[in-house]
Ligand binder design. Structure first.
Ligand code: PBG
Length: 322
């Protein structure tokens, strides 16, 4: 045997010399859930370790995370039921608690990269990402609302808009609205290949944003399809997306790899709520070693080709690796 692969595994020093993939804290965007009000913090039962935070609590959390090296945050509002309506009007209300909080966060931490989600579900009494009429999700009528939502968020000074609604044509529509209002510097991270996944369950618990009837299969992609991600990605690139995202991550590593190999744009992966909860649940039973499976999971997403990882593990990873 003149080729013995084990020679390159014989010590930690050699293993680390030839390590192909490295995950670092600067790869992450940390999703945070914002509560109306200031000082509350309410645990998300299905996501142990994750809390919905009032504004003051969130400012402290961002400060701590910045000191740990996490530089980017995706902020989702928990919208109380009485604010929801069928036209999701609060999503573009500049005076709403979410927009107020975004302005305050950018004022306190101008160096932090702040991302927001563009989709109607948290604000909609139907719980869908688009407008609903007679049980159907309207595409073109929804674009107009998404454009107003993106504009309202951009006006708060946020850095990246994340359209997660899966309406056709939304990236181009939003780009046009942003540009014609002077927000040419605001980036778009498109949820390019967003699948109709059961792994979003705990997130919908956290935001109380589950659809009131039906499911999201007429706009989110069929988990069986890989090639269709190329159609979405072609459109997003043409329409001006700065990043292409695959979501969920772990059950869709092949799609991450496909997009990484096919496009020069940075690829993001959303390691979603249910993927987080699985590791927490199994490790709370003593069946898995949380610190190890968490890091192995993030490594696999990076190895598949993700440049950016949206993950609820961000802070725990940063604490372990500081
Ligand atoms: C809103 C949105 C969802 C997630 C991110 N943005 C839920 C959904 O589409 O139903 C899921 C994130 C997660 O599960 O962590 N459209």
């Amino acid at each position: 045997m003149n080729i013995r692969p084990r020679r390159n595994r014989k010590s930690e020093a050699i293993r680390s010399l030839i390590q192909e993939t490295r995950v670092t804290t600067s790869d992450f965007i940390f999703p945070l859930f914002l509560l109306e009000g200031v000082n509350d913090s309410i645990a998300v039962d299905s996501m142990p370790g994750i809390y919905r935070l009032g504004l003051e609590k969130m400012l402290k959390e961002i400060e701590t995370c910045l000191s740990l090296g996490i530089k980017a945050f995706d902020i989702f509002p928990v919208v109380p039921e009485h604010y929801k309506d069928s036209a999701a009007t609060r999503c573009y209300d500049d005076g709403f608690f979410y927009q107020q909080a975004l302005r305050r966060i950018k004022k306190e931490f101008p160096e932090a990269c702040i991302m927001t989600d563009v989709a109607l579900d948290p604000y909609s009494s139907d719980g869908h990402d688009g407008l609903v009429k007679d049980g159907r999700i309207l595409n073109d009528e929804t674009l107009e609302v998404l454009g107003k939502q993106a504009l309202s968020q951009a006006a708060c000074g946020i850095d990246i808009i994340g359209p997660s609604d899966m309406m056709d044509g939304r990236v181009g529509y939003i780009r046009e609205v942003l540009d014609s209002n002077g927000f040419t510097e605001v980036s778009i991270m498109s949820y390019t290949a967003k699948y109709a996944s059961a792994f979003y369950g705990p997130f919908r618990d956290a935001l109380d944003s589950a659809p009131k009837s039906g499911d999201k299969k007429t706009y989110q992609m069929n988990p069986a399809n890989q090639q269709e991600a190329l159609i979405e990605a072609d459109l997003d690139v043409e329409e001006g997306a700065d990043f292409l995202m695959v979501k969920p991550a772990l059950a869709y590593l092949d799609v991450i790899k496909l997009l990484k190999d096919s496009y020069p744009q940075p690829i993001a992966a959303y390691n979603v709520s249910g993927e987080y909860s699985m590791l927490k649940a199994a490790s709370s039973k003593g069946w898995l070693d949380y610190d190890r499976v968490m890091q192995e999971t993030l490594m696999s997403i990076k190895r598949a080709g993700a440049d950016v990882i949206l993950t609820y593990h961000a802070k725990e990873f940063a604490l372990l690796n500081r």
